[in-house]
Design a protein around this ligand. Structure first.
Ligand code: GLN
Length: 542
């Protein structure tokens, strides 16, 4: 029988509910349980695909082609699983499904209402997301903050779920923030008390309260929270800001969260801290202080680090694998002339994915700099488009461009994919999710996947996740190859160029897919590990 752990948030958003959920999951998984996770986003968008990265951070892509919230990335990295797209439930999906059922006549005669139709649909979606596998535990994280109008139907559905599944099979964890008031020189518990009261007004009493704070809070304060919020003292846990998100499972473990959960929902496991030793090793490897490798991410969403969160984490996994400390510089490509001095101290340059013309020329300048100065450079999706475009421009195709930015360009080296030409609707219509890619033997890319943690699903086949409409234009295949570009990864039907590289450069690889969605702290993606390794070597040059 599946047990449910439901995670709600209070006081403010962005306090790390996703990390808390993923960390609880990591502990239970280390005990040997099969754990899955669901994220509920109460907004009306059907998926995250049309959201601006500045608002919600990166759009995560699942293997089965769903554009989701970035918390699915945390779950996949901490639990080392691959989640289906239905693990991200939104108000948009719930209402769309209910309305289409109503149109089909499924509720004939009934007045369709939030309770019971919307709440039933929410419970159905939670159970469906869990039905694909036999999970021991499913984490259900409710996005936003308790008290938000749009969360209410979800809280009601979750309350009903507890009654239907049984109180011993469902527990609630409330994650709050305990602010430190500089003027009074003390932590304040009142916001936690209020948000717990707000949660209680929906009929839900939390079984555990995880208090986030900027620094550790003392036992007395935790007792006070337990008392005022009517929660077992052992179930008030403090997670102060950690130097690494990967430490949070260890902090929760120190507070005996695993055994509290085991007892609360009767899990058939023996909680034992030593079961997290593997994870401890991973965390230790992520803490190497020197030598430092400096990587510049040249993109246009640099003001919000969350916009490149999976890339940041993948670089970190790669650095731990190589045994170096990672320093990331976020460099805006949205400038008339990219100031070369900002690139000077870098050991490696990464050009991430993106959309729209703004910042594209800055990316091309970074590519040019990397070619001229032989600096390792890694291009992902639009980053690969930048590499191909700049390579073409310096190979005699003056003003080459992607038709994403110039429809009438003379040399359209990147062009809209054929099947995209008829697409009118924007949501969920890109080339999305996992596709196979054939690696060409004898290339650096092939060697990288073979020597690293690359997972071949066939003789020379890999699978990677995609999110794009534009693609290397096959009309330029021959001429760009003649100019020295190597096509090291191609779709199995030989139609789409998936990876390019330059043989006479220390590390110049661009890929059409997003390898950052498959990197794990315990299994760094080979392209990231190899890129960091090359960057480290570059930092050691005479
Ligand atoms: N804008 C480009 C495309 O649609 C690249 C997308 C991306 O970087 N994810 O093909």
């Amino acid at each position: 029988m599946t047990k449910y752990i439901i995670i709600t948030g209070g006081v403010v958003s962005s306090i790390g509910k996703g990390i808390t959920s993923a960390s609880i999951g990591r502990i239970l998984r280390s005990y040997g349980l099969k754990v899955s996770a669901i994220k509920i986003d109460p907004y009306l968008n059907w998926d995250s695909g049309t959201l601006n990265p500045y608002q919600h951070g990166e759009v995560y892509v699942t293997y089965d082609s769903m554009e989701t919230d970035l918390d699915l990335g945390h779950y996949e990295r901490f639990l080392d699983v691959e989640l289906p797209g239905i693990a991200n439930i939104t108000t948009g999906k719930v209402y769309k499904s209910v309305i289409s059922k109503e149109r089909k006549g499924d509720y004939l005669g009934a007045c369709v209402q939030i309770i019971p139709h919307i709440t039933d649909e929410i419970k159905l979606m939670i159970r469906e997301a869990n039905s694909l596998e036999d999970n021991d535990v499913v984490l259900v994280e409710l996005g936003g903050t308790v008290g938000d109008i749009e969360s209410q139907p979800f809280l009601e559905a979750l309350r009903q779920l507890r009654n239907e599944e049984g109180k011993n099979n469902v527990m609630f964890v409330h994650v709050t923030y305990v602010p430190y008031l500089e003027a009074a020189k003390e932590f304040k518990t009142k916001p936690t008390q209020h948000s717990t009261k707000e949660l209680r007004s929906t009929g839900i009493s939390p079984d555990m309260i995880v208090c986030r704070s900027s620094s550790p809070i003392d036992d007395e304060l935790q007792k006070k929270i337990a008392n005022f919020c009517d929660v077992d003292e052992r179930a008030v846990v403090n997670t102060p800001d950690a130097s690494s998100i990967y430490e949070v499972p260890l902090v929760l473990d120190k507070n005996n969260v695993g055994s509290f959960i085991k007892n609360r929902i009767n899990l058939n496991v023996e909680p034992d801290s030593s079961k997290l030793d593997e994870w401890r090793k991973v965390v230790k490897s992520l803490k190497i202080q020197s030598p430092t490798v400096k990587i510049g991410i040249v993109g246009k969403y640099v003001e919000l680090e969350d916009a490149y969160i999976s890339i940041r984490e993948s670089l970190l996994h790669g650095a731990a694998d190589v045994g170096v400390n990672l320093k990331i510089e976020y460099i805006s490509s949205d400038v008339d002339n990219l100031d070369e001095t900002v690139l000077n101290g870098l050991d490696g340059i990464l050009i991430p994915g993106g959309f729209g013309e703004r910042g594209f020329e800055g990316k091309l300048e970074a590519v040019e700099y990397a070619i001229v100065n032989q600096v390792p450079i890694f291009g992902i999706c639009l980053g690969m488009h930048s590499m191909v475009t700049q390579f073409a421009r310096r190979s005699g195709f003056d003003d080459a461009n992607s038709t994403e930015f110039d429809k009438d360009v003379k040399y359209p080296v990147i062009d809209l994919m054929e099947e995209q030409k008829k697409v009118k609707q924007m949501g969920g219509t890109m080339r999305l999710g996992s596709y196979d890619c054939k690696l060409v033997k004898g290339t650096k890319t092939y060697a990288t996947y073979s020597e690293g943690n690359g997972i071949f699903i066939g003789e020379d086949l890999i699978e990677e996740r995609h999110r794009h409409r534009y693609e290397f234009n096959n009309e330029f295949r021959q001429s760009l190859q003649d100019a020295g570009l190597v096509l090291s990864g191609i779709s199995p039907d030989d139609f789409l160029v998936e990876i390019v590289e330059l043989p006479d450069h220390p590390w110049f690889i661009g890929c059409q897919f997003h390898p950052e969605f498959k990197s794990r702290p315990n299994r760094p993606h080979p392209l990231f590990a190899s890129f960091i390794d090359a960057s480290y070597k570059f930092s050691q040059r005479e």
